[in-house]
Write a protein that binds this ligand. Structure first.
Ligand code: PRP
Length: 212
């Protein structure tokens, strides 16, 4: 019997939207819609097994081959550079990686810039390209707090609606890169299951182009 295609999805609202797309493309798994706390679901008829992974962990499952394919944000791919194939931009989960801080912030090049972020590699690459000396303060969440209480001068973070910044008296200062969800594949599994993965990618690509 043929083995299942293992698909790691980001748990949460984005994952649910992505699943709806996969379902419409012919990869349904009705059990996934049951309201429970299970993390793994399969459908023998369509040959798929879905995992709900923490969004920032999807690329780890895929890189190590525990999942054949998955959906991860470009932010995670840029930050961790997992050794995976990026197959498709799903045009979902769109946001921007930005430098943000007080709207009137003026950078003083004579001082080391203190940057709070969950994305130290993205921040380092961005400032290295400008030869700007920075002090990275690695945080795990609620990054907007850092400049307000004087822990950092600016932050490098995701801005989606801009509401969090606004409600905390901050503003986007520079855009670093646009972000969206990407379909990724394990490199060895992509060779082994090439036809299946190419078919899935093509179906989803077609659906997106047809605006479904
Ligand atoms: C993200 C990001 C911002 C917020 C941006 O945080 O770090 O705080 O969303 O969204 P907005 O522009 O629509 O307000 P997340 O919800 O992932 O929580 P976190 O504080 O744990 O990073």
């Amino acid at each position: 019997m043929k083995s299942m295609l293992n698909i790691a999805l980001p748990k949460g609202r984005l994952g649910e939207k992505v699943y709806a797309m996969f379902e419409a493309a012919g990869y349904a798994c009705p059990a996934l819609k049951e309201q429970n706390r299970k993390l793994i679901f399969e459908n023998e008829e369509t040959g798929v097994r879905y995992f709900w992974a923490k969004p920032s962990d999807v690329s780890i499952y895929v890189e190590r081959g525990a999942a054949d394919i998955g959906v991860a944000g470009k932010d995670i791919l840029l930050e961790y550079s997992p050794d995976v194939y990026e197959l498709l931009d799903l045009d979902m989960g769109k946001c921007r990686m930005c430098v943000a801080g007080p709207a009137d912030f003026r950078d003083d090049p004579a001082r080391t810039l203190r940057v709070a972020t969950k994305f130290p590699n993205i921040a380092k690459t961005y400032y290295a390209a400008q030869s700007r000396e920075i002090d990275i303060i690695k945080m795990n969440g609620s990054i907007e707090l850092a400049p307000i209480v004087g822990l950092s001068d600016v932050i490098v973070d995701i801005v989606e609606t801009g509401k969090t910044l606004k409600e905390n008296g901050l503003a986007p200062l520079q855009e670093i890169v646009p972000i969206s969800a990407r379909l990724i594949a394990n490199k060895a599994r992509f060779k082994f299951r090439s036809e299946e993965i190419r078919t899935l990618t093509a179906r989803i690509d077609r659906m997106m182009k047809e605006g479904k």
